[in-house]
Design a protein around this ligand. Sequence first.
Ligand code: ZN
Ligand code: ZN
Ligand code: ZN
Length: 474
Amino acid sequence: MKTLRLKGLILGVALLMFSCQTAEEDNLDTQKESSIVNVTNHNGQPFSTGQSTSISKAFTPGPGGGVMMQAFYWDVPSGGTWWNTVKSKVTAWSNAGIDAVWLPPVSKAQNGPFSMGYDPTDYFDFGNFNQNGTIETRFGSKTELQSLISTAHSQNVKVFADIVLNHNSGAQLESNQYTGTNTWTDFSGVASGKFLRSQHDFHPNNIHNNDSGFFGGFPDMCHEVPNVQDWLWNRSDGVGKYYKNVMGFDGWRFDYVKGFAPWVVNTWNTKVGGFSVGEYWDSNVNTLEWWANNANSTVFDFACYYKMNDAFDGNNLNILNDDMMWKRNPYKAVTFVANHDTDIIWKKMLAYAYILTHEGYPTIFYRDYEEWLNKERMNNLIWIHNNKATGNTSILFTDTDEYIARRNGYNGNPGLIVYLNNSSSWKERWVPTNWYGTPIKDFTGHSGWYPTTQSGGWVKIQCPPNSYSVWSVN
Ligand code: ZN
Ligand code: ZN
Ligand code: ZN
């Protein structure tokens, strides 16, 4: 390291005597310069996690926007304790730079005390009616949920509800005129007495036979029926407006949006408002972009997810040059490394270093943060995201085991350079920065170098084996 710093000093002196630069360095610079790929071309404005509603103005995301916590995993402990568990952690999360939590579906579902909520019966039973074999949901009571939400708000953390609109479950059997059979579509007896449904509200019905997808044989809701539209987004005491204005939710994660047309979420967002992200489980970027535009919503970047898996676990970081949703539209991409349904990436710290330094709205999976990864390292990356990950993106270098990208900064914020190393040895490279004659450092602390960029912006940075470094103005 000592000799390297000495070399930097010599280069600095060489730069002062401009004409002394060697031909070899010239070639290197020229070669690198031509390999810069500008991935995004917007004005650099930070990603915003909210629309311009009054409530989102209460939250001030840092220069890089916020970071979302997925505050559950599949089969969290049952027994009605989960809301209290989340509540006990939300202040620490806020202090770490988390600006929103995504909760599992909050209403009573068919499997009662054991359900993760994705088989909804009664959208207005938050654990306060004796129904489906229990009063409390798997996660707790309505009072505990409300207490969690108000604690989160007191810590400037937004709360996103998981909204299941494709299907319902837990009805009574009725004779169905459209199928000529008996179907489990009679929701006329739900305990809350709100949003009563019957065979006419599901497919097939007198409007049509189906929409774009059924899920697991559950009754498939038809969003063209006036009763459904009234109760989802029109009525002030309907699901959307009640969740937002009475329960205090700030946004929505829409489940299985492949199962119905994008105008449904679009209409909800127009009528109800709030942050919105859709689970369109598909790696096709064209499809993700089509859905996000037509739903007027952000979308989980499944393209990025699978490309990260191929790149990091498949040992070819060139794949990170491929198309992803955040490259198409960083303001409509929600990036993630794992969730309650899928968890295939092994080299998770590289993946988190990627999403927390790149564009899009990054999500952290509860178990990764609380159980599996090094929390101090995660908090460092969240800090870097919130304080340095600004501006549009240029890829500076890739090969099979190295990846270097630059966030170009915004409005006086210097941005950063992230170096990912998927090999078992230290790496170092000369890179072109936007900083001229400026001391920089690795904000992860993985490298002890404190180089000063040349007058032309070039600097040599390093990265430890199987790890990452993130450089910015000291
Ligand atoms: Zn329909
Ligand atoms: Zn459907
Ligand atoms: Zn390499």
